[in-house]
Design a protein around this ligand. Structure first.
Ligand SMILES: [Zn+2]
Length: 118
């Protein structure tokens, strides 16, 4: 597991990818720019594949392994465009994703509605 990564400086990440990552100093996010999917994920071409999610690619470059295909990349910052792997983003299950999202929602003051039994 990686503790912390400075993506923009990490030599394991090719320059053509690093060039397309911006730093959001307010949120501490690294933002994938350039080619985005309709739902807001940064993508790039990689080894003949045209639409590789930058976030999964970064995880692979920094840990040596692709995230499992049944894992989602979970954002602790709720910013889909963020590719700050190991700091804001890590692989996890869909269920974990839902739980974490809900927990963050509570701390930010959103209400969770429960249907009352009639
Ligand atoms: Zn972030």
């Amino acid at each position: 597991m990686i503790e912390s990564v400075t993506v923009e400086l990490d030599p394991r990440i090719p320059a053509r990818i690093r060039e397309r990552i911006d730093f959001d100093s307010q949120r501490g996010c690294l933002i994938g720019t350039g080619w985005l999917t309709d739902d807001g994920y940064a993508i790039c071409s990689w080894e003949g594949k045209k639409k590789v999610r930058v976030i999964r690619l970064l995880w692979k470059l920094l840990t040596g392994k692709w995230p499992r295909s049944d894992r989602e990349m979970l954002h602790s910052c709720d910013n889909r465009a963020c590719v700050h792997v190991g700091v804001h983003v890590k692989p996890g299950t869909r269920k974990r994703n839902a739980i974490e999202r809900q927990e963050r929602g509570r701390t930010r003051g959103f209400r969770t509605y429960k249907k009352e039994a009639a």
